[in-house]
Design a protein around this ligand. Structure first.
Ligand SMILES: NC(=O)c1ccc[n+]([C@@H]2O[C@H](COP(=O)([O-])OP(=O)(O)OC[C@H]3O[C@@H](n4cnc5c(N)ncnc54)[C@H](O)[C@@H]3O)[C@@H](O)[C@H]2O)c1
Length: 346
């Protein structure tokens, strides 16, 4: 029997790409999303890629009774795994409004875990983040690197989320994988889906492409006095489709397990650190346009340098990032053209 997988936050940036990869790998998918940071049209855009409409229910996972009702619908029958993307992700906003983040990111997870328990759904893949490593003492970071104090309430929700999962599946017939994403960028090569936050995003790539296309007058570099080769922050940028494919591998690893117990963590990165300044140069190369920028003071919550050792995911998940930085930036650039045509800057 084909496994049926519930994807929460499946109309969001990484969720939508994962829905596509899961369907192309032969899984059945049902999506829950509140549309807090996504749009219904993404459902049609996914259908344009995969050739069929995906089951979808709009609900806020913090609403426990709405989630209970969902399980009365035929689309919720025979779900054997959950990929939990649903969360708020804006670091700056989380610093300004921590309770909004603790409330949404933790309660949605708790309700999802409780529902899995009630309905005997044994497999969970959780969206975690490299932000759980805080400002790491040594790079690259491995899964064994110590977790540091979170640099923002957002990062803390990811760290606490992992702990909630680890604690709550103990003694249950459940197994889980937390995937710690480094910095997802890029868009689907079809140009049908990409990152289109309905709220302002403080992620680097949309801000860069928006600047080149004129949505913002100049790009802000937050700090050029870090202890990095060019003074700007260093991150591990990874293609969103590569990230999505790792979820297919993780689900296949979980559903294939005989014993429904255990918790694993994998880093999803390329293993290469790229600075903000290097990203500016790459965007200029791909777009052919000079990018106006201004250097501002360091921003609260930003980590100096972090990139992954993805060796464990390479070995155990049989997954490896495939796309180069130039390829990722090229799809992100193409996608920003789609947003520009829709006049949809945020
Ligand atoms: N994008 C990144 O840079 C990044 C990096 C590391 C980890 N993550 C994590 O990956 C996951 C997906 O990120 P994304 O970039 O696709 O974000 P996104 O905002 O594009 O997608 C999240 C989706 O979840 C939905 N959602 C939020 N709260 C909900 C709730 N209570 N009930 C139902 N739906 C809800 C939103 O409407 C949105 O469609 C998040 O958990 C995020 O923290 C993202």
């Amino acid at each position: 029997m084909v496994d049926r997988v519930l994807i929460t936050g499946g109309l969001g940036y990484i969720g939508s790409h994962t829905v596509v990869e899961m369907m192309e790998a032969g899984y059945e998918v049902v999506i829950i999303d509140s549309l807090a940071n996504s749009q219904l049209e993404v459902l049609d855009n996914i259908a344009d890629i995969v050739g069929e409409k995906v089951d979808f229910m709009q609900l806020n996972l913090c609403d426990e009774s709405a989630l209970n009702d969902f399980f009365n619908f035929p689309m919720a029958e025979n779900i054997s795994a959950v990929i939990h993307f649903a969360a708020y992700k804006n670091v700056g906003e989380s610093v300004a409004n921590p309770l909004k983040y603790y409330d949404n990111n933790l309660n949605s997870l708790i309700n999802t875990l409780a529902a899995m328990n009630r309905h005997a759904i044994p497999n969970l893949v959780y969206s975690s983040s490299c932000s759980v490593y805080g400002n790491p003492d040594t790079i690259p970071v491995t899964e064994a690197s110590p977790l540091q104090a979170a640099e923002s309430p957002y990062a803390n929700t990811k760290k606490i989320g992992e702990e909630i999962i680890q604690n709550s599946i103990k003694g249950q017939d459940m197994c889980a994988i937390s995937l710690r994403y480094f910095n997802p960028i890029g868009a689907h090569p079809s140009n049908a889906i990409g990152e289109c936050s309905t709220e302002f995003t403080d992620n680097l790539m949309p801000a860069l492409t928006a600047t080149v296309r004129g949505g913002q007058s100049q790009f802000s570099i937050y700090g050029d006095d870090y202890d990095t080769p060019d003074g700007t922050c260093v991150r591990d940028y990874i293609d969103v489709t590569d990230i999505a494919k790792a979820h297919v591998k993780a689900i296949s690893r979980l559903v294939g397990r005989e014993d429904k117990q255990g918790y694993e963590v994998f880093n999803l990165g390329t293993g290469k650190g790229v600075s903000v300044m290097e990203m500016i140069k790459m965007v200029e190369k791909v777009s052919g346009v000079d990018l106006p920028y201004i250097v501002k003071p360091r921003r609260e919550g930003d980590v100096e340098a972090v990139y992954a050792d993805p060796g464990l995911a390479n070995k155990k998940l049989g997954w490896k990032s495939e796309r180069s930085l130039e390829e990722m930036v090229a799809t992100a650039w193409a996608w920003s053209g789609v947003l520009e045509r829709k006049n949809d800057w945020h």
